[in-house]
Structures are given as C-alpha cells and as structure tokens.
Design a protein around this ligand. Structure first.
Ligand SMILES: [Zn+2]
Length: 478
C-alpha cells in the first residue's frame, strides 16, 4: 500500500497459468475454486467456494482457521479497516457496514471466532495430517459496505479483495491468525492455486479477470492462476482499458478519470521492466493496474494494483511504481506484513526511489526521496520524543502496536527507505542489488523472515546484519 499523509496530521506534524515457484508443485499447495455473483441491487457477493487445504507442515490439525477479512467491515467491529483520518474520504455516503455470512460448510463443522469474529474455524471429521488434504465447500454471502476501500461499493467502482475465507498462513508449524488493522496491510497468506468464476451485470467490466461469456444480461469473467498469494478484482461500468506489454508480459490499465492513461500504462511497463532487470523476472503471466475508488495512494495484490482515482497527477507515477514493486516485495516474495511491515513497504518505497534515479522524466530523484524520508522521520522522532518522552522506533512489531498512521508511515516506510539507503552506502549498490536478486529468487512463492533477507544480503557480500537489526530493533539513532 502507498499512502500520503503529509498534511492532515495537525500542527504537531509540521512537516492464466503460472510457472511453478521454487517452493513446490501444484500438488503441494492448497487450491481454491470460487464461484461468485455480484448482486448489484442487494450489494451482495454471493459465493460458493471449494477449497482443498493441503497440510505442508509436520503437524496434524484438528481444526483449520480461515481469515474473514470481510467481517472487519461489520457494525461493531473492534478492528476496523479504515482509520479516522481517512474515514470521511472512504465512507462517502456516511456510515455503512458490510460483513460475511457463512451459510453452509460441507466437509467439516464450523464456528466463527477469533479476537474479533475474524476467524472461521472448520473442524474436519478426522485431523488433517502432514502431506494430506481435506476439502471443504463453503457457501457465503458478502455484504458490501458503501465505502471507497479494499472491499466495498465505491463511488465509481466495486473493489473485491479479501472477500472469501482465506486460509491462515503457516508459521512455525502452526497457523498464524491475526486481526485486521487500520494501520497497513494485515494480510499474510501462503501461495495457492486459484480458479475464480465471477458473474456480474452486463454493464460491468472486471479488472483482474478475462471475459468468458455473456448471457441473460450477465457476464462471466474468469481468473485462473497457480501459486498466487490471494486474488482481487475491480468492477466498473466506466472503465477505459489500455493495453501494452513489458518484458513480453501483457500489461493492462483500466482507468476511470485519468487524463493520460497511456502515460500511466507506460509508467507501469517501465516499472515492471526496471524491477525485472534488477530483481529477476516478473513471476506472473500478466499484470493489471486499475484506477479505482480508494482513499489514498494504492493497494497491491498479486498481478493487480489498485490506484486511487483521488491521486493527483503528479503523485500517480510514484504510486504506480511503488505498487508495481510490490509484485516482487509482497506478491512473489511474501513476508509477514502484520509483524514486519517494513520488509515489503520499506523495500517497495526504496525501490521507487531507486527507479526515480534512472527515470528523471518523472521529476523526482533518488536523493530527494531519501532526504524527504529522513526529514519526515526526524520530525516524527522529535515530536514523539517531546510528547511521550521516549519513542518506540522498533520496526519489527505488530501493526496493532502502532499509535496510528503517522507512526506506522514513519517506521515502516520512511525508516525502511533510510535502512535500504544505508545498506547501499555501507555495502555498495552492486552487493545490495545482488542480495535482493538472491532474495527474490530464493523466496519466490514463499514467506521470508527478516533473517532470510539478511542471509541473502550477506551471501551477496553485504555484511549488514548488525545494521539491519539496529534498525528493526530500534537501537540506531538517525
Ligand atoms: Zn506499499
């Protein structure tokens, strides 16, 4: 995600099939088959999903947890998806609520629990043993709030992400459950194979899927991919589609109000080429960028980036580059976004600065971006220290531990940019890029820890373990 929260913080802040990835073949990952229909009059997405859950751990499980991200939009949710800062921009029509109603699960007994009704637990008839699979078929309705956000009916488009129960990721031999957070992107999921059939009223085009058939005033769009972390789509009856290619990959831009869609498409292609050249080949067979209703910047998904239609023309290129960088740092190389947000956000933001160094036509420069991050971070540190007496500058911490977006932005993004700039200073650009290339190759399709990143940098000759830890543990002074 890329967000811009410079000026609204008050006086205190003056300032089709994929190649198989390294971690296994199609038989060794879970598999989702989703049939969904968007019922516009009811603002409901009616779904049936069959999921084959594969147990890649050495442990047996009596119950299987799934994240219910859609429930964060319900009335009374403790962990809401939108911060107060963006509430009025997101809830354009006043308060509005959504949620997910599970109506049936075949293959197991189910219950909704977790800290905030955010987890669907399914207990199969027999425990799920290592290297075995169990199949559940779930029926559910997703009620869509009227909101310009990741999931909801926006002013000009319908965003569909996190709409289905998402199998919790594996961590330390068990499942990792987490709540939603208005700070950052709390999503952590393992790669799986997906087949999605999405039916929409005829007037809609769907960014992120291909039209398959039309009948009875409805259109059916299909999405199929192997080894992706999640799926997302954007619906609109007002899209203009512009197509191009980069590194032999088809790239499509679905725009709403962008006055120069060819230029934005060009930026997406340049960013994809830049990242491919520096970090290794793009992992997927196509890439889609969709302009949509979103209260800030943009939002990344595998093979799809959402770009806010509220973005100023001058901001759009850096947003597109940042989100495209996430195709490497988040989509292909996963990380624990809930506990180590800097690992993908800091890297995506630093990659944007690195891109600007060789693309001066966008009016930004590497040094300007790094300097702006340093200035912002120092102002944050000064303000927080004055207000609180001390400042928690740890980068390794849960999203829910941040006091708000101001702190999150400065720790995950700005301090992240400073960290990778320091690594470049200390180790040299060649070793940093070699290390990142190793990281992208080694952890393609997996979830990497900070130690894994450090290991890849070290193997490339960048001996920066202490430097990285001094940043992530909040010991260094900037
Ligand atoms: Zn981001």
């Amino acid at each position: 995600m890329k967000k811009f929260i410079c000026c609204a913080l008050g006086a205190a802040v003056a300032a089709t099939l994929l190649p198989l990835a390294a971690c296994g073949g199609a038989s060794q990952v879970s598999r989702y088959h989703i049939k969904a229909e968007y019922l516009e009059d009811e603002a409901v997405l009616r779904c049936e999903m069959t999921v084959d859950v594969f147990n890649s751990t050495d442990n047996a499980f009596e119950r299987i947890p799934f994240e219910l991200w859609a429930n964060a939009y319900r009335e009374g949710a403790e962990y809401r998806p939108v911060s107060a800062l963006y509430s009025s921009a997101a809830y354009y029509d006043g308060e509005s609520y959504g949620g997910i109603d599970i109506t049936d699960v075949v293959g197991g007994v189910y219950a909704i629990g977790g800290e905030d009704e955010n987890i669907l637990y399914v207990t199969p008839e027999t425990p799920l043993y290592p290297d075995e699979s169990v199949t559940f078929t779930m029926s559910f309705d997703v009620r869509l709030a009227r909101v310009n956000h990741r999931l909801g009916v926006g002013e000009h488009a319908v965003n569909l992400s996190g709409f289905y129960p998402v199998l919790c990721s594996v961590k330390d031999g068990g499942f990792f459950e987490c709540v939603y957070s208005e700070n950052g992107d709390p999503f952590v999921s393992d790669c799986a194979d997906y087949s999605v059939e999405l039916t929409v009223p005829e007037k809609y085009d769907v960014a992120g899927a291909e039209l398959s058939s039309k009948s009875n005033d409805k259109c059916v769009f299909l999405f199929e991919a192997e080894h992706v972390r999640d799926v997302a789509f954007v619906l609109s009856d007002n899209f203009t589609r512009t197509d191009g290619t980069a590194c032999g990959v088809p790239v499509s831009y679905y725009s709403l109000s962008d006055g120069d869609p060819a230029a934005t498409l060009g930026t997406a292609c340049e960013a994809l080429e830049f990242c491919s050249e520096n970090f290794g080949d793009y992992a997927y067979p196509r890439y889609t960028v969709a302009e949509t209703d979103f209260p800030y910047g943009g939002m990344e998904f595998p093979m799809l980036s959402m770009i806010s239609s509220a973005s100023a023309d001058a901001q759009r290129p850096s947003i597109v580059v940042h989100e495209t960088a996430h195709q490497w740092w988040y989509a292909s190389v996963g990380s624990n976004q809930f506990e180590e947000a800097w690992q993908d956000e800091g890297l995506a933001e630093w990659t944007t600065a690195f891109f600007m160094e060789t693309h001066p036509q966008y009016g930004g420069s590497y040094r300007e971006i790094v300097n702006a991050s340093e200035k912002s971070y120092r102002a944050f540190f000064s303000v927080k220290s004055q207000v609180n007496g001390e400042t928690d500058t740890r980068m390794s911490r849960p999203l829910t531990s941040y006091s708000g977006l101001y702190e999150y932005r400065n720790i995950a993004y700005d301090k992240g940019v400073i960290l990778f700039d320091r690594i470049r200073d200390v180790a040299g650009e060649q070793k940093l890029i070699k290390g990142l290339k190793n990281y992208a190759a080694e952890y393609r399709g997996k979830i990497a820890s900070p130690a894994d990143l450090i290991c890849c940098l070290t193997d490339a000759g960048a001996r920066v373990e202490e430097l990285v830890l001094s940043f992530t543990e909040g010991r260094c002074v900037i």
